[in-house]
Design a protein around this ligand. Structure first.
Ligand code: ZN
Length: 496
């Protein structure tokens, strides 16, 4: 099979929609299009995200096939030890304001893709094989085609050359609201899709409109359309509100299927993959839901977008929702910091790397692990395990690793801890709790980021391709579909 004979692919990423929420919506008849896809294709309700289970890390994993440590995109924010500053890709409004909107915008739109992303994207690999991609609103979209900034107010800043570039590299067709569009779709500007609160056109109605246009035109073999509102609805209003919104999302999917000739025809013509990037965990109703890293870690701890190591600073803590990265100054006793953190309410587990091993500790139980010779996980990777398996509820039966409340824990911890960007210690929060944001604010209803199943399990609906079990399997699955081989395609090219 090659790019010409493979079915075109429609890849839909529905940010933060929990598998049980989608399932309930389907069951209640509120999501007929996604229900049709689930019924006709393959439905996996316990696929897994990466750790931290947070949007920049997860979307990078989807678009590259690389775990956070390899992609270089670890979370919403991390501390760059070389540049001696916290890098923020954007999150809650308060964080964006305290960091500086233009800086966050620069980090999110330019720096993340151009500088920080170390892995090749699906768009880049396919483009090398002559297979065009189209991308709507998805944050990780690096590719070889230049797209100029279209929005005048941004263009003015960009032209002054302070922080923003005048263009970005993306796939052949790239659309992000009024900011970037390969061509005019009639959905831009003040009269464009999304109504009054249209956030410069970067909204789900716009994504659906452009998605439908791309399908109508059969514009590209790979079309990636990203819907993100379901995540913010869960953060602010909770999971019941998210379920209501699934009906709206389903309408968008139905509209896209319609331009492809109706649901039956759409699945004949296209391979369709719909998935979420991470889950969500409801937070406790009182203020106790917020675990204040500055308070629990004690004097000498700094939290904030301007935090850096200076005299008197022993710990830089970078919260990422229900996970947190801790960076320690030279000479700080790591064991003491870990023991203290783990004694606090809301801190579920701590993980770190030590002498080539990953280490995770919870409830006084410690497990050391590394890939090598030993028990096999579901993907066939062998793990060498030392210590107490109950630290992350692992059972080994007949030489096989079985997971409990921490799905795919070994692979996911390993995929985070190997990067210096994740700090010296990574914390994961107990269900109900959050470490909040750099601005020391926190979400109202629900949050994510942890190693726990509630944040980690995602749904995958697939037709025309095998359903990936991990979000890092999406890119290899699609490369195989297009006959572009598994990763790494570049290495193969160099050999031949
Ligand atoms: Zn979120």
């Amino acid at each position: 099979m090659n790019g010409i004979t493979s079915k075109p692919v429609l890849l839909l990423v529905l940010d933060g929609i929990r598998p049980d929420v989608l399932r309930a919506a389907i069951k209640e008849g509120d999501a007929p299009a996604l229900g049709f896809l689930a019924e006709r294709g393959e439905a996996v309700w316990d696929a897994v995200s990466v750790f931290p289970s947070i949007t920049p890390a997860a979307t990078a994993a989807i678009a590259t096939g690389a775990a956070p440590a390899e992609s270089g995109i670890l979370g919403h924010a991390w501390y760059d030890r070389e540049e001696e500053r916290v890098v923020v890709y954007g999150a809650m409004r308060d964080t964006v304001i305290s960091t500086g909107p233009i800086k966050v915008f620069h980090n999110n739109v330019w720096r993340m893709n151009r500088d920080d992303l170390h892995a090749e994207t699906l768009f880049e690999t396919l483009d090398e094989r002559g297979i065009d991609g189209a991308c709507v609103n998805f944050p990780v979209r690096r590719g070889p085609h230049e797209h100029p900034v279209r929005l005048r107010s941004v263009k003015r800043v960009a032209d002054r050359g302070v922080l923003l570039g005048t263009s970005v590299g993306g796939p052949k067709e790239y659309f992000m609201g009024d900011l970037f569009y390969s061509r005019d779709t009639g959905l831009h500007g003040r009269t464009g899709a999304g109504g009054i609160r249209r956030s410069v056109g970067i909204n789900d109605a716009y994504a659906a409109g452009v998605g439908a246009m791309l399908l109508r035109e059969k514009a590209a073999p790979l079309t990636l359309v990203y819907f993100f509102k379901g995540d913010s609805i869960a953060h602010h209003k909770g999971l019941a509100a998210q379920q209501e919104y699934v009906a709206t999302l389903d309408g968008y999917v139905a509209a896209m299927f319609e331009v492809a000739g109706g649901p039956e025809r759409a699945l004949e013509e296209y391979a369709v993959l719909a998935l979420s990037d991470h889950g969500h965990t409801p937070l406790l109703p009182n203020r106790h839901r917020y675990v204040r890293l500055r308070r629990i870690l004690g004097e000498g701890t700094e939290v904030g977008s301007r935090a850096r190591f200076e005299p008197g600073v022993k710990i830089l803590a970078v919260p990422n929702g229900r996970s947190a990265f801790l960076y320690l100054a030279d000479g700080v006793n790591c064991e003491k910091v870990i023991a203290n953190a783990l004694s606090r309410r809301g801190v579920d587990l701590a993980a770190w790397s030590q002498g080539g091993w990953g280490v995770v500790r919870r409830l006084g139980r410690e497990l050391r692990f590394r890939p090598g010779w030993g028990s096999l996980d579901a993907s066939g990777r062998a793990w060498e395990l030392e210590g107490d398996l109950r630290a992350v509820e692992i059972e080994v039966e007949d030489g096989e690793v079985r997971y409990g409340e921490y799905p795919d824990a070994l692979e996911r911890l390993w995929g985070c801890l190997r990067s210096p960007r994740s700090g010296d210690v990574v914390l994961s929060a107990t269900p109900g709790y959050t470490f909040g944001e750099l601005s020391q604010t926190f979400h109202e209803q629900s949050d994510h980021g942890s190693l726990h199943a509630s944040d980690s399990n995602v749904f995958v609906l697939a037709s025309g391709v095998a359903a990936p079990r991990r979000i890092t399997d999406v890119t290899p699955t699609l490369l195989a579909h297009f006959g572009a081989g598994g990763l790494p395609v570049i290495a193969e090219d160099r050999v031949s």
